[in-house]
Design a protein around this ligand. Structure first.
Ligand code: ADP
Ligand code: MG
Length: 723
């Protein structure tokens, strides 16, 4: 391909024009209809009613909704908005929005800006074109969106268009869930209820609500836009399906935390400015391990808000990239043999007085509570490791999990030495009476000082306790964090309830004694899930097998955990997902896996037939002509063996590419004839995927010998190092 230096000049001009310096504190959240704005714009009693409705999960009466809608509209129009949109998170994996103009005809030739309470509270998008996993019969295509009052409405700017976006839940007309937000909200409620009950049982007073908190660390790649648009595999599937590794990858370990290039710094600055306007507390940014890979981590927030914000972070990363003539890649593995991208999701629980329930405390009482919530979480992961694994299963993430750069597909928990020792002491029964002195003796009181810094730099663990939170590291970079979060919330809710029941059943002298008796037996049971060693080793894989831990390496097999009796009962009991909803979700995920794979197969087919083979044939022709012409000039004795050897190699590889591609197409057709989706997914994943990898080897071998001027695709070294 003709080499072009990326259009840095245009990008630089954009940055210079944009430069302005306003302290973040002066504009943070200015594009959100947040508490401060509501307090300012709403009549006092309306504001109070709205707050009550938010805090108590109640509906808003029509009159109040009308007043709020009016204030929201006035505010949005001041910000330049012409439209409003219910913003929701269907099962597509991305967000959706349908815009309606505020302008409404009022008499001949005139319009007036209108926005009613009804329009704010409920929308009726046609649901027939969203994934439903068969939940909704096609004749009943109506769905509706319902305002999520707990997440602030915001202004979305796109070019010169400005829209008021209202976060909403998305449900079918018959009340079944069609999105990611609704079950998350339900799981938040379930966890709160179970955690409050547990605190009451432990004698902790004054807690009305418990929140789950999420802090996602988002990884992504940035490459120059010119290269991006020359790769249909990246544009359509998010991942390069062919491409030889560059001469230099990440072996020098010079990228992680390295100084950030000017172009990237400007981009990050721009991204953060957008996020700050949306009230998203973007905190940390740095270079990641792979070349051209980066991370952004906002400060943790309440789970529902954090999940919405993470969607906006991903949108903003992509949107701002275009302005800088870059492309942001959120796929889990855009480049084979180069580290992929994940999203560590930090999770904790806190009460309405802002106490982190996973924070080791200073008093014996705090410590008991800490141990109960800690062990309840570990216990939940032990019991539902399979469901947790299913929650992060996707076609893209299959490239990462177990690939020695991310945790394996085996879910285990890391607690660190100190905590492990404490649990062992409890299990061995060195604590007999649960007196205050004994509880202090466990060494927990010292945990609060040291643990945060001391616990874990074990980066190989999928579920690590890191001082006052758990870090779930198996989540894929492109994933909506609502899915893993709703699983964690629900399994921990169940675990707390089950432990509470056991504590109540003990006829011990004191509550503390009962708690310790239960902890003791629970620790014994859940021990197999605890692992402090290196999760990347084959020894661990063998050991995990001995311990009976699940190890599902592919999405089709991992997803089955969603529809076991155990899982169906769990989500139904906590009213997070009904059996029908969960089964439909399972199907949606299976179908998605199939579609992702099929898209890649089509890209690969097209790239092979219309780019790789024509490029290789052009070089073949050039070599053949060179051999003939050289002999014409120098006679048949001329040495043309290098050219001949190359020509033979090229021919051989072209044949192999062509044959492998044909074989793949035949297998895909065979799969298409299957009407059982899970079987189809297994056939595609089990048979076609390895064939794609084999085909890729041939294409990459060609890339390494075909004339660079002729090769039709941007290469890894260009995409990853020219920026
Ligand atoms: P690391 O060392 O793993 O890169 P940090 O300790 O900087 O990460 O934290 C990463 C993320 O964890 C941040 O988003 C941070 O806000 C979040 N986090 C910190 N405390 C909590 C908590 N109590 N609950 C949930 N997330 C938290
Ligand atoms: Mg981390």
């Amino acid at each position: 391909m003709k080499k072009t230096i990326p259009t840095l000049a245009a990008e630089r001009q954009y940055v210079i024009e944009k430069e302005k310096f306003v302290p973040v504190s002066q504009y943070f959240g200015e594009d959100t209809f947040n508490h401060k704005v509501m307090k300012e714009k709403l009549p006092r009693d309306t504001f109070r009613k709205l707050m009550d409705a938010i805090n108590e999960d109640q509906m808003l009466d029509e009159e109040t909704a009308n007043i709020v809608a009016h204030a929201m509209k006035e505010w949005a129009i001041e910000k330049g908005a012409t439209h409003f949109a219910h913003w929701f998170q269907p099962m597509t994996g991305i967000t959706a929005e349908k815009h309606d103009a505020f302008a409404d005809p009022c008499g001949p030739g005139a319009v007036i800006e209108r926005f009613s309470g009804k329009q704010l509270v409920q929308g009726e998008p046609d649901a027939s074109s969203f994934p439903s996993g068969g939940i909704r019969a096609t004749f009943e295509a109506r769905g509706y969106t319902a305002w999520d009052m707990s997440s602030p409405a915001f202004i979305k700017r796109n070019g010169i268009s400005t829209t008021l976006c209202i976060p909403t839940a998305f449900i079918s007309y018959t009340g079944q869930v069609l999105d990611k937000k609704t079950p998350l909200l339900r799981s938040i409620r379930a966890l709160s209820k179970s955690a409050v009950n547990m605190l009451k049982l432990l004698g902790v007073k004054g807690v009305k609500k418990v929140y789950s908190n999420l802090g996602p660390e988002q990884e992504y790649f940035l490459i120059d836009m010119d290269y991006y648009y020359k790769r249909q595999d990246l544009v359509l599937g998010g991942r390069t399906v062919v491409g030889a590794p560059p001469a230099k990858g990440q072996e020098l370990e010079d990228q992680y935390f390295g100084s950030i290039k000017e172009r990237i710094s400007s981009y990050m600055h721009d991204v953060e400015e957008e996020l700050f306007k949306l009230g998203i507390p973007a905190k940390t940014r740095h270079n990641e391990v792979a070349p051209s890979q980066y991370e952004i981590a906002p400060v943790y927030e309440e789970a529902n808000i954090a999940a919405d914000h993470n969607q906006l972070v991903m949108d903003t990363l992509k949107y701002v990239a275009k302005k800088h003539r870059l492309a942001a890649l959120l796929h889990e593995k855009p480049f084979a043999k180069i580290n992929g991208s994940g999203k560590h999701v930090n999770w904790s629980m806190s009460d309405n007085n802002d106490n982190n329930l996973l924070n080791p405390g200073k008093t014996p009482q705090d410590n008991i509570s800490f141990l109960v919530f800690l062990i309840a979480t570990v216990r939940a992961v032990y019991k539902h490791a399979d469901v947790l694994r299913a929650a992060v299963a996707s076609y893209g993430n299959d490239h990462r999990l177990g690939a020695n750069e991310a945790p394996p597909a085996i879910i285990s928990v890391f607690l660190g030495e100190q905590l492990t020792q404490i649990l062992e002491n409890i299990e061995k029964g060195t604590i007999a009476k649960a007196t205050n002195a004994e509880i202090i003796d466990l060494g927990i009181s010292s945990l609060s000082h040291v643990s945060k810094d001391n616990t874990d730099r074990n980066r190989t663990s999928p579920f690590a306790f890191t001082g006052n939170k758990f870090e779930f590291r198996a989540v894929g970079s492109s994933q909506n964090i609502a899915s893993p979060a709703l699983v964690i919330n629900t399994i921990v809710a169940e675990s707390l309830d089950e432990m509470a029941e056991k504590i109540r059943a003990k006829e011990a002298k004191s509550i503390n004694q009962a708690v310790f008796d239960v902890l003791k037996s629970e620790i014994k049971t859940i021990k197999p899930i605890l692992f402090n060693g290196d999760n990347y080793t084959s020894e661990w894989e063998a050991e995990a097998k001995r311990r009976g831990l699940p190890n599902e390496k592919t999405t089709p097999s991992a997803l089955k955990a969603l529809i076991t009796d155990k899982s169906l009962k769990l989500f139904e009991k906590y009213e997070v997902l009904s059996n029908a909803e969960l089964k439909s979700r399972y199907l949606i995920h299976v179908e998605r896996y199939i579609k992702d794979l099929e898209i890649e197969v089509k890209c690969l087919n097209h790239i092979c037939l219309t780019q790789v083979i024509p490029g290789a044939v052009a070089y073949q022709k050039r070599l053949a002509r060179a051999i003939v012409e050289t002999r014409e000039v120098l006679g048949s004795a001329a040495v043309v063996s290098p050219q001949t050897e190359l020509l033979k190699k090229i021919l051989d590889l072209i044949n192999k590419v062509y044959a492998a591609n044909k074989e793949i197409q035949a297998k895909v057709e065979q799969a298409a004839a299957l009407h059982d989706e899970p079987k189809k997914a297994e056939l595609l994943g089990g048979k076609v995927k390895p064939m794609m990898d084999e085909l890729r080897e041939y294409v990459d071998a060609l890339e390494n010998i075909v004339d660079d001027e002729i090769w039709p695709l941007p290469k890894f070294w260009e995409m990853l190092f020219v920026c």
